[in-house]
Design a protein around this ligand. Structure first.
Ligand code: SF4
Length: 503
Protein backbone atom coordinates (compact mmCIF):
# COMPACT_ATOMS: atom_id res chain seq x y z
CA UNK A 1 0.00 0.00 0.00
CA UNK A 2 1.44 3.32 -1.09
CA UNK A 3 0.22 5.87 1.47
CA UNK A 4 -1.76 7.82 -1.14
CA UNK A 5 -5.15 7.32 -2.78
CA UNK A 6 -3.97 8.92 -6.03
CA UNK A 7 -4.25 6.62 -9.06
CA UNK A 8 -6.19 3.86 -7.33
CA UNK A 9 -8.15 1.49 -9.61
CA UNK A 10 -11.93 1.51 -10.09
CA UNK A 11 -13.96 -0.18 -7.37
CA UNK A 12 -14.66 -3.53 -9.10
CA UNK A 13 -10.97 -4.23 -9.66
CA UNK A 14 -9.88 -3.20 -6.17
CA UNK A 15 -12.78 -5.07 -4.56
CA UNK A 16 -12.04 -8.25 -6.54
CA UNK A 17 -8.51 -8.27 -5.14
CA UNK A 18 -9.72 -7.53 -1.59
CA UNK A 19 -12.32 -10.29 -1.56
CA UNK A 20 -9.58 -12.85 -2.29
CA UNK A 21 -7.71 -11.81 0.89
CA UNK A 22 -9.00 -14.25 3.53
CA UNK A 23 -7.25 -12.54 6.44
CA UNK A 24 -8.67 -9.14 5.51
CA UNK A 25 -12.17 -10.57 5.28
CA UNK A 26 -11.85 -12.30 8.64
CA UNK A 27 -10.59 -9.10 10.32
CA UNK A 28 -13.40 -7.03 8.78
CA UNK A 29 -16.17 -9.50 9.53
CA UNK A 30 -15.16 -9.82 13.16
CA UNK A 31 -14.77 -6.05 13.70
CA UNK A 32 -17.86 -4.81 11.85
CA UNK A 33 -20.15 -7.40 13.46
CA UNK A 34 -18.91 -6.53 16.94
CA UNK A 35 -19.38 -2.77 16.43
CA UNK A 36 -22.79 -3.02 14.80
CA UNK A 37 -24.20 -5.25 17.54
CA UNK A 38 -22.96 -2.84 20.20
CA UNK A 39 -24.43 0.12 18.30
CA UNK A 40 -27.82 -1.56 18.02
CA UNK A 41 -27.91 -2.09 21.80
CA UNK A 42 -26.85 1.53 22.52
CA UNK A 43 -29.49 2.97 20.20
CA UNK A 44 -32.22 0.70 21.57
CA UNK A 45 -31.75 2.31 25.01
CA UNK A 46 -33.34 5.55 23.78
CA UNK A 47 -37.10 5.69 23.26
CA UNK A 48 -36.82 8.95 21.34
CA UNK A 49 -34.09 7.86 18.89
CA UNK A 50 -36.37 8.39 15.87
CA UNK A 51 -37.16 11.94 17.01
CA UNK A 52 -33.48 12.68 17.70
CA UNK A 53 -32.60 11.41 14.23
CA UNK A 54 -35.25 13.57 12.61
CA UNK A 55 -34.09 16.58 14.63
CA UNK A 56 -30.46 16.01 13.57
CA UNK A 57 -31.46 15.82 9.91
CA UNK A 58 -33.62 18.95 10.24
CA UNK A 59 -30.86 21.01 11.89
CA UNK A 60 -28.37 19.99 9.22
CA UNK A 61 -30.79 20.82 6.40
CA UNK A 62 -31.69 24.16 7.94
CA UNK A 63 -28.01 25.02 8.36
CA UNK A 64 -27.12 23.98 4.82
CA UNK A 65 -29.89 26.18 3.42
CA UNK A 66 -28.23 29.24 4.99
CA UNK A 67 -24.66 27.99 5.05
CA UNK A 68 -23.16 31.30 3.93
CA UNK A 69 -24.87 33.12 6.80
CA UNK A 70 -23.69 30.68 9.48
CA UNK A 71 -20.15 30.58 8.14
CA UNK A 72 -19.89 34.36 8.28
CA UNK A 73 -21.30 34.33 11.80
CA UNK A 74 -18.73 31.71 12.76
CA UNK A 75 -15.88 33.65 11.19
CA UNK A 76 -16.81 36.83 13.07
CA UNK A 77 -17.05 34.94 16.37
CA UNK A 78 -13.69 33.17 15.92
CA UNK A 79 -11.93 36.46 15.11
CA UNK A 80 -13.61 38.20 18.06
CA UNK A 81 -12.26 35.43 20.32
CA UNK A 82 -8.69 35.94 19.12
CA UNK A 83 -8.47 33.34 16.33
CA UNK A 84 -7.65 33.77 12.64
CA UNK A 85 -9.79 32.42 9.82
CA UNK A 86 -8.59 31.28 6.38
CA UNK A 87 -10.78 30.14 3.46
CA UNK A 88 -9.57 27.30 1.24
CA UNK A 89 -11.38 26.65 -2.05
CA UNK A 90 -9.71 23.28 -2.58
CA UNK A 91 -7.25 20.78 -1.12
CA UNK A 92 -4.24 22.45 -2.69
CA UNK A 93 -5.07 25.82 -1.19
CA UNK A 94 -5.72 24.30 2.24
CA UNK A 95 -2.37 22.51 2.19
CA UNK A 96 -0.61 25.68 1.03
CA UNK A 97 -2.14 27.70 3.87
CA UNK A 98 -1.29 25.12 6.56
CA UNK A 99 2.26 24.59 5.27
CA UNK A 100 2.89 28.35 5.31
CA UNK A 101 1.47 28.67 8.84
CA UNK A 102 3.71 25.89 10.16
CA UNK A 103 6.74 27.32 8.32
CA UNK A 104 6.10 30.70 9.97
CA UNK A 105 6.56 29.10 13.40
CA UNK A 106 9.97 27.72 12.34
CA UNK A 107 8.98 24.21 13.48
CA UNK A 108 9.70 21.08 11.44
CA UNK A 109 7.41 18.71 13.34
CA UNK A 110 3.68 18.77 14.15
CA UNK A 111 1.35 16.51 16.11
CA UNK A 112 -2.03 15.65 14.64
CA UNK A 113 -5.46 14.80 15.95
CA UNK A 114 -7.34 12.29 13.79
CA UNK A 115 -8.86 14.33 10.96
CA UNK A 116 -10.77 13.22 7.87
CA UNK A 117 -10.45 16.68 6.30
CA UNK A 118 -6.65 16.56 6.29
CA UNK A 119 -6.71 13.02 4.88
CA UNK A 120 -8.98 14.34 2.15
CA UNK A 121 -6.49 17.07 1.28
CA UNK A 122 -3.40 14.85 1.62
CA UNK A 123 -1.90 17.26 4.14
CA UNK A 124 0.74 14.92 5.57
CA UNK A 125 2.25 14.39 2.12
CA UNK A 126 2.16 18.14 1.40
CA UNK A 127 3.91 18.87 4.71
CA UNK A 128 6.50 16.18 4.00
CA UNK A 129 7.30 17.85 0.66
CA UNK A 130 8.02 21.03 2.61
CA UNK A 131 10.31 19.16 5.02
CA UNK A 132 7.78 19.08 7.88
CA UNK A 133 7.03 15.78 9.62
CA UNK A 134 3.48 15.15 10.82
CA UNK A 135 2.93 12.62 13.64
CA UNK A 136 -0.48 10.97 13.88
CA UNK A 137 -1.47 10.54 17.53
CA UNK A 138 -4.73 8.60 17.31
CA UNK A 139 -3.81 4.96 18.01
CA UNK A 140 -5.34 3.55 14.83
CA UNK A 141 -3.93 6.40 12.72
CA UNK A 142 -0.52 5.75 14.31
CA UNK A 143 -0.74 2.09 13.25
CA UNK A 144 -1.65 3.15 9.72
CA UNK A 145 1.16 5.71 9.57
CA UNK A 146 3.84 3.40 10.95
CA UNK A 147 2.70 0.66 8.57
CA UNK A 148 2.99 2.98 5.52
CA UNK A 149 -0.65 2.12 5.01
CA UNK A 150 -3.94 3.88 4.27
CA UNK A 151 -6.96 4.19 6.57
CA UNK A 152 -9.76 1.79 5.65
CA UNK A 153 -12.51 2.88 8.06
CA UNK A 154 -13.69 6.29 9.28
CA UNK A 155 -13.70 5.43 12.97
CA UNK A 156 -11.25 2.53 13.09
CA UNK A 157 -8.71 3.35 10.35
CA UNK A 158 -6.70 0.16 11.05
CA UNK A 159 -9.74 -2.15 11.10
CA UNK A 160 -8.05 -4.30 8.46
CA UNK A 161 -5.18 -5.15 10.87
CA UNK A 162 -5.28 -7.72 13.65
CA UNK A 163 -3.26 -7.66 16.88
CA UNK A 164 -0.30 -9.68 15.69
CA UNK A 165 0.06 -7.50 12.60
CA UNK A 166 0.02 -4.40 14.83
CA UNK A 167 2.68 -5.89 17.13
CA UNK A 168 4.92 -6.56 14.13
CA UNK A 169 4.44 -3.00 12.83
CA UNK A 170 5.28 -1.50 16.25
CA UNK A 171 8.38 -3.66 16.65
CA UNK A 172 9.61 -2.86 13.16
CA UNK A 173 8.73 0.83 12.77
CA UNK A 174 8.45 2.67 16.10
CA UNK A 175 12.20 3.17 16.42
CA UNK A 176 12.34 4.91 13.04
CA UNK A 177 9.77 7.50 14.18
CA UNK A 178 10.86 8.05 17.79
CA UNK A 179 10.83 5.91 20.93
CA UNK A 180 11.14 2.22 19.92
CA UNK A 181 8.71 -0.48 20.99
CA UNK A 182 9.55 -2.11 24.37
CA UNK A 183 11.66 -5.29 24.24
CA UNK A 184 9.59 -8.46 23.90
CA UNK A 185 6.37 -6.61 23.01
CA UNK A 186 3.50 -9.09 22.80
CA UNK A 187 0.17 -8.72 20.97
CA UNK A 188 -1.88 -8.21 24.14
CA UNK A 189 -4.07 -5.07 23.81
CA UNK A 190 -2.72 -3.67 27.11
CA UNK A 191 0.92 -3.99 26.01
CA UNK A 192 0.23 -2.53 22.58
CA UNK A 193 -1.62 0.43 24.10
CA UNK A 194 1.22 1.04 26.58
CA UNK A 195 3.81 0.95 23.78
CA UNK A 196 1.80 3.55 21.85
CA UNK A 197 1.32 5.69 24.97
CA UNK A 198 5.07 5.83 25.70
CA UNK A 199 5.90 6.50 22.07
CA UNK A 200 3.35 9.31 21.73
CA UNK A 201 4.04 11.00 25.06
CA UNK A 202 7.40 12.19 23.76
CA UNK A 203 5.68 13.79 20.79
CA UNK A 204 3.02 15.53 22.88
CA UNK A 205 5.59 17.04 25.22
CA UNK A 206 7.92 18.34 22.53
CA UNK A 207 5.50 19.50 19.78
CA UNK A 208 4.99 23.25 19.38
CA UNK A 209 2.34 22.97 16.64
CA UNK A 210 -0.84 20.90 16.70
CA UNK A 211 -3.12 20.20 13.73
CA UNK A 212 -6.70 19.05 14.08
CA UNK A 213 -10.03 18.82 12.34
CA UNK A 214 -13.31 19.29 14.19
CA UNK A 215 -16.51 17.33 14.52
CA UNK A 216 -18.59 20.48 14.85
CA UNK A 217 -18.25 24.27 14.82
CA UNK A 218 -20.79 26.36 16.76
CA UNK A 219 -21.54 29.53 14.81
CA UNK A 220 -23.01 31.58 17.65
CA UNK A 221 -19.79 31.54 19.74
CA UNK A 222 -17.09 30.48 17.24
CA UNK A 223 -16.44 27.30 19.24
CA UNK A 224 -14.86 24.16 17.76
CA UNK A 225 -15.64 20.70 19.09
CA UNK A 226 -13.62 17.48 18.92
CA UNK A 227 -14.96 14.22 20.36
CA UNK A 228 -12.67 11.24 20.88
CA UNK A 229 -12.01 8.20 23.01
CA UNK A 230 -8.29 8.17 23.77
CA UNK A 231 -7.34 11.61 25.09
CA UNK A 232 -4.66 12.11 22.44
CA UNK A 233 -6.84 14.82 20.92
CA UNK A 234 -7.00 16.71 24.22
CA UNK A 235 -3.17 16.63 24.39
CA UNK A 236 -2.79 18.02 20.85
CA UNK A 237 -5.42 20.69 21.39
CA UNK A 238 -3.99 22.03 24.65
CA UNK A 239 -0.20 21.51 24.81
CA UNK A 240 1.17 23.11 21.59
CA UNK A 241 1.72 26.86 21.25
CA UNK A 242 0.03 27.00 17.86
CA UNK A 243 -3.15 25.15 16.88
CA UNK A 244 -4.31 24.88 13.26
CA UNK A 245 -7.74 23.32 12.59
CA UNK A 246 -8.79 22.31 9.08
CA UNK A 247 -12.55 21.85 8.93
CA UNK A 248 -15.07 21.22 6.14
CA UNK A 249 -17.57 24.05 5.81
CA UNK A 250 -20.51 21.68 6.34
CA UNK A 251 -19.45 21.04 9.97
CA UNK A 252 -21.04 24.25 11.24
CA UNK A 253 -24.12 24.16 13.50
CA UNK A 254 -25.92 27.36 14.49
CA UNK A 255 -26.17 27.04 18.29
CA UNK A 256 -25.11 25.04 21.35
CA UNK A 257 -28.68 23.78 21.60
CA UNK A 258 -28.30 22.27 18.11
CA UNK A 259 -24.99 20.74 19.16
CA UNK A 260 -26.74 18.91 22.01
CA UNK A 261 -28.60 16.73 19.46
CA UNK A 262 -25.41 15.61 17.74
CA UNK A 263 -23.59 14.89 20.98
CA UNK A 264 -26.27 12.26 21.58
CA UNK A 265 -26.47 10.92 18.03
CA UNK A 266 -22.76 10.61 17.32
CA UNK A 267 -21.36 8.49 20.19
CA UNK A 268 -24.15 5.91 20.12
CA UNK A 269 -23.85 5.56 16.34
CA UNK A 270 -20.06 5.42 16.18
CA UNK A 271 -18.53 3.83 19.29
CA UNK A 272 -21.83 2.65 20.82
CA UNK A 273 -21.17 4.82 23.88
CA UNK A 274 -23.70 6.99 25.69
CA UNK A 275 -21.29 9.89 25.47
CA UNK A 276 -17.75 10.31 24.20
CA UNK A 277 -15.03 9.87 26.83
CA UNK A 278 -13.42 13.18 25.74
CA UNK A 279 -15.36 16.16 24.40
CA UNK A 280 -12.98 19.08 23.85
CA UNK A 281 -14.27 22.53 22.99
CA UNK A 282 -12.28 25.71 22.39
CA UNK A 283 -13.10 29.24 21.40
CA UNK A 284 -10.29 31.37 19.98
CA UNK A 285 -7.42 31.80 22.43
CA UNK A 286 -7.21 32.45 26.16
CA UNK A 287 -4.18 34.03 27.87
CA UNK A 288 -2.22 31.51 29.93
CA UNK A 289 -4.37 28.54 28.90
CA UNK A 290 -3.83 26.40 25.81
CA UNK A 291 -2.37 27.46 22.45
CA UNK A 292 -1.40 31.13 22.11
CA UNK A 293 -2.24 31.18 18.39
CA UNK A 294 -5.26 29.59 16.74
CA UNK A 295 -5.95 29.31 13.01
CA UNK A 296 -9.15 27.95 11.49
CA UNK A 297 -8.92 26.83 7.84
CA UNK A 298 -12.41 26.48 6.35
CA UNK A 299 -12.34 23.89 3.56
CA UNK A 300 -14.69 23.83 0.57
CA UNK A 301 -13.06 21.28 -1.78
CA UNK A 302 -16.21 20.36 -3.70
CA UNK A 303 -18.75 20.97 -0.93
CA UNK A 304 -20.33 24.00 -2.62
CA UNK A 305 -20.80 21.95 -5.81
CA UNK A 306 -22.37 19.17 -3.74
CA UNK A 307 -24.70 21.69 -2.13
CA UNK A 308 -25.95 22.71 -5.58
CA UNK A 309 -27.32 19.20 -6.23
CA UNK A 310 -30.82 18.98 -4.75
CA UNK A 311 -30.62 15.17 -4.23
CA UNK A 312 -26.90 14.73 -3.54
CA UNK A 313 -26.61 17.55 -0.99
CA UNK A 314 -27.97 15.37 1.81
CA UNK A 315 -24.51 13.74 1.91
CA UNK A 316 -23.33 16.97 3.59
CA UNK A 317 -25.40 16.10 6.66
CA UNK A 318 -22.91 13.32 7.44
CA UNK A 319 -21.38 13.42 10.94
CA UNK A 320 -18.81 10.67 10.09
CA UNK A 321 -20.10 8.18 12.62
CA UNK A 322 -19.31 5.19 10.34
CA UNK A 323 -22.49 3.28 11.26
CA UNK A 324 -23.27 2.84 7.55
CA UNK A 325 -19.91 1.12 6.97
CA UNK A 326 -20.48 -1.38 9.75
CA UNK A 327 -23.79 -2.62 8.35
CA UNK A 328 -22.84 -2.61 4.67
CA UNK A 329 -22.47 -6.11 3.14
CA UNK A 330 -20.33 -4.68 0.34
CA UNK A 331 -17.94 -2.90 2.73
CA UNK A 332 -17.69 -6.00 4.90
CA UNK A 333 -16.39 -7.99 1.95
CA UNK A 334 -14.44 -5.40 -0.01
CA UNK A 335 -12.89 -3.41 2.85
CA UNK A 336 -12.18 0.32 2.84
CA UNK A 337 -9.21 0.60 0.47
CA UNK A 338 -11.35 -0.48 -2.50
CA UNK A 339 -13.21 2.85 -2.31
CA UNK A 340 -10.05 4.77 -3.25
CA UNK A 341 -10.59 7.67 -0.85
CA UNK A 342 -10.52 8.44 2.89
CA UNK A 343 -14.31 8.06 2.82
CA UNK A 344 -15.06 4.35 2.39
CA UNK A 345 -18.32 2.42 2.52
CA UNK A 346 -21.75 3.75 1.61
CA UNK A 347 -20.99 7.36 2.56
CA UNK A 348 -17.81 7.23 0.46
CA UNK A 349 -19.78 5.89 -2.50
CA UNK A 350 -21.91 9.04 -2.52
CA UNK A 351 -19.49 11.61 -1.12
CA UNK A 352 -16.32 10.97 -3.13
CA UNK A 353 -17.91 11.29 -6.60
CA UNK A 354 -19.54 14.52 -5.48
CA UNK A 355 -16.57 16.12 -3.73
CA UNK A 356 -14.07 15.19 -6.42
CA UNK A 357 -16.45 15.29 -9.35
CA UNK A 358 -16.59 12.27 -11.63
CA UNK A 359 -13.02 12.57 -12.82
CA UNK A 360 -12.55 9.01 -14.04
CA UNK A 361 -13.33 5.32 -13.71
CA UNK A 362 -12.95 5.23 -9.91
CA UNK A 363 -15.51 7.95 -9.20
CA UNK A 364 -17.87 6.60 -11.90
CA UNK A 365 -17.72 3.11 -10.36
CA UNK A 366 -18.47 4.15 -6.76
CA UNK A 367 -22.25 4.67 -7.12
CA UNK A 368 -22.39 1.01 -8.18
CA UNK A 369 -20.51 -0.21 -5.08
CA UNK A 370 -23.78 -1.10 -3.38
CA UNK A 371 -26.52 -3.72 -3.40
CA UNK A 372 -29.06 -0.95 -2.55
CA UNK A 373 -30.25 -3.05 0.41
CA UNK A 374 -30.92 0.13 2.39
CA UNK A 375 -29.23 -0.96 5.65
CA UNK A 376 -27.10 2.21 5.55
CA UNK A 377 -30.17 4.44 5.51
CA UNK A 378 -31.73 2.54 8.40
CA UNK A 379 -28.79 3.19 10.73
CA UNK A 380 -27.77 6.68 9.59
CA UNK A 381 -28.29 9.03 12.57
CA UNK A 382 -29.03 11.97 10.26
CA UNK A 383 -31.29 9.98 7.91
CA UNK A 384 -29.24 10.34 4.74
CA UNK A 385 -31.09 8.35 2.09
CA UNK A 386 -27.91 6.84 0.68
CA UNK A 387 -29.69 4.47 -1.76
CA UNK A 388 -31.59 7.44 -3.20
CA UNK A 389 -28.34 9.35 -3.79
CA UNK A 390 -26.65 6.24 -5.25
CA UNK A 391 -29.44 5.80 -7.80
CA UNK A 392 -29.32 9.50 -8.59
CA UNK A 393 -25.56 9.34 -9.20
CA UNK A 394 -25.94 6.16 -11.30
CA UNK A 395 -28.44 8.02 -13.42
CA UNK A 396 -25.90 10.73 -14.04
CA UNK A 397 -23.21 8.20 -14.91
CA UNK A 398 -25.47 6.21 -17.28
CA UNK A 399 -26.89 9.28 -18.95
CA UNK A 400 -23.38 10.64 -19.40
CA UNK A 401 -24.87 14.01 -18.59
CA UNK A 402 -23.02 17.05 -17.42
CA UNK A 403 -21.09 16.43 -14.26
CA UNK A 404 -19.63 19.21 -12.19
CA UNK A 405 -15.91 19.03 -11.67
CA UNK A 406 -14.80 21.80 -9.35
CA UNK A 407 -16.92 24.51 -10.88
CA UNK A 408 -16.29 23.50 -14.50
CA UNK A 409 -18.82 21.48 -16.46
CA UNK A 410 -17.54 18.35 -18.07
CA UNK A 411 -19.22 15.49 -19.90
CA UNK A 412 -18.78 11.97 -18.66
CA UNK A 413 -18.83 9.21 -21.27
CA UNK A 414 -20.70 6.12 -20.06
CA UNK A 415 -18.55 3.02 -19.60
CA UNK A 416 -19.13 0.00 -21.91
CA UNK A 417 -21.24 -1.84 -19.33
CA UNK A 418 -23.38 1.23 -18.82
CA UNK A 419 -23.97 1.61 -22.59
CA UNK A 420 -25.13 -2.05 -22.66
CA UNK A 421 -27.48 -1.37 -19.75
CA UNK A 422 -28.90 1.62 -21.57
CA UNK A 423 -29.44 -0.44 -24.75
CA UNK A 424 -31.22 -3.14 -22.71
CA UNK A 425 -33.50 -0.53 -21.14
CA UNK A 426 -34.34 0.87 -24.59
CA UNK A 427 -35.22 -2.62 -25.84
CA UNK A 428 -37.45 -3.17 -22.78
CA UNK A 429 -39.17 0.17 -23.36
CA UNK A 430 -39.88 -0.77 -26.98
CA UNK A 431 -41.28 -4.19 -25.99
CA UNK A 432 -43.62 -2.76 -23.35
CA UNK A 433 -44.80 -0.19 -25.86
CA UNK A 434 -45.66 -2.88 -28.46
CA UNK A 435 -47.88 -5.57 -26.83
CA UNK A 436 -48.03 -7.68 -30.01
CA UNK A 437 -44.25 -7.83 -30.25
CA UNK A 438 -43.96 -8.62 -26.54
CA UNK A 439 -46.46 -11.50 -26.89
CA UNK A 440 -44.65 -13.02 -29.85
CA UNK A 441 -41.32 -12.64 -28.03
CA UNK A 442 -42.69 -14.42 -24.95
CA UNK A 443 -44.03 -17.31 -27.04
CA UNK A 444 -40.70 -17.66 -28.77
CA UNK A 445 -38.82 -17.52 -25.43
CA UNK A 446 -41.09 -20.24 -23.96
CA UNK A 447 -40.65 -22.54 -26.96
CA UNK A 448 -36.87 -22.19 -27.01
CA UNK A 449 -36.38 -22.27 -23.23
CA UNK A 450 -34.27 -25.43 -23.25
CA UNK A 451 -31.76 -23.72 -25.52
CA UNK A 452 -31.24 -20.67 -23.29
CA UNK A 453 -27.68 -20.30 -21.98
CA UNK A 454 -27.04 -20.39 -18.22
CA UNK A 455 -24.42 -17.63 -18.60
CA UNK A 456 -24.57 -14.42 -20.61
CA UNK A 457 -22.03 -13.96 -23.36
CA UNK A 458 -19.80 -10.90 -23.93
CA UNK A 459 -19.86 -8.04 -21.41
CA UNK A 460 -22.63 -9.77 -19.42
CA UNK A 461 -20.42 -12.80 -18.65
CA UNK A 462 -18.92 -11.35 -15.47
CA UNK A 463 -22.34 -10.26 -14.24
CA UNK A 464 -23.90 -13.71 -14.69
CA UNK A 465 -20.91 -15.63 -13.28
CA UNK A 466 -22.21 -15.15 -9.75
CA UNK A 467 -25.94 -15.02 -10.52
CA UNK A 468 -28.56 -17.53 -11.66
CA UNK A 469 -30.41 -16.35 -14.73
CA UNK A 470 -34.15 -16.70 -14.16
CA UNK A 471 -35.65 -19.70 -15.95
CA UNK A 472 -38.25 -18.88 -18.60
CA UNK A 473 -41.59 -20.56 -17.67
CA UNK A 474 -43.17 -23.01 -20.10
CA UNK A 475 -46.30 -20.89 -20.21
CA UNK A 476 -46.47 -17.10 -20.07
CA UNK A 477 -48.83 -15.27 -17.70
CA UNK A 478 -50.93 -14.11 -20.66
CA UNK A 479 -51.36 -17.65 -21.96
CA UNK A 480 -52.20 -18.90 -18.47
CA UNK A 481 -54.80 -16.16 -18.12
CA UNK A 482 -56.38 -16.98 -21.47
CA UNK A 483 -56.41 -20.70 -20.72
CA UNK A 484 -57.93 -20.38 -17.25
CA UNK A 485 -60.21 -17.33 -17.76
CA UNK A 486 -60.98 -17.75 -21.41
CA UNK A 487 -60.18 -14.12 -22.18
CA UNK A 488 -57.09 -12.17 -23.19
CA UNK A 489 -55.29 -10.43 -20.27
CA UNK A 490 -54.26 -7.75 -22.75
CA UNK A 491 -57.85 -7.11 -23.78
CA UNK A 492 -59.17 -6.98 -20.20
CA UNK A 493 -56.41 -4.58 -19.23
CA UNK A 494 -57.36 -2.30 -22.07
CA UNK A 495 -61.01 -2.38 -21.07
CA UNK A 496 -60.09 -1.50 -17.46
CA UNK A 497 -58.07 1.46 -18.59
CA UNK A 498 -60.80 2.67 -20.93
CA UNK A 499 -63.35 2.43 -18.12
CA UNK A 500 -61.13 4.40 -15.75
CA UNK A 501 -60.64 7.24 -18.16
CA UNK A 502 -64.43 7.61 -18.62
CA UNK A 503 -65.20 8.26 -14.94
S1 SF4 B 1 -23.72 8.65 6.18
FE1 SF4 B 1 -24.82 8.55 8.13
S2 SF4 B 1 -24.26 6.55 8.95
FE2 SF4 B 1 -22.74 6.99 7.35
S3 SF4 B 1 -21.03 7.99 8.40
FE3 SF4 B 1 -22.38 9.63 7.70
S4 SF4 B 1 -23.76 10.04 9.42
FE4 SF4 B 1 -22.81 8.05 9.82
Amino acid sequence: MSGTYVGMPAFPRAAAAATRDDRLRANLTHATRTIRDKRARAVAELDDWAQLRAAGAAVKDRTLRRLDHYLEQLEAAVIAAGGQVHWAADAEEANRIVTALVAETGEREVVKVKSMATQETGLNEALARAGIRAYETDLAELIVQLGGDLPSHILVPAIHRNRSEIRDIFRREMGRWGRPAPEGLSDSPAELAEAARLHLREKFLSAKVGISGANFMVAETGTLVVVESEGNGRMCLTLPETLISVVGIEKVVPTWQDLEIFLQLLPRSSTAERMNPYTSTWTGTVDGDGPRTFHLVLLDNGRTDTLADSVGRQALRCIRCSACLNVCPVYERAGGHAYGSPYPGPIGAILTPQLRGVQGALEASLPYASSLCGACYEVCPVAIDIPEVLVHLRERVVEGGPVTVRGTRTVLRPARGHAAERAAMRAAAWAFDHPGGLRRGMHLAARTRRLHPRRLPGPGRAWSRTRDLPAVPAESFRDWWQRTRGTSSEGSGRRDRAGGEGT
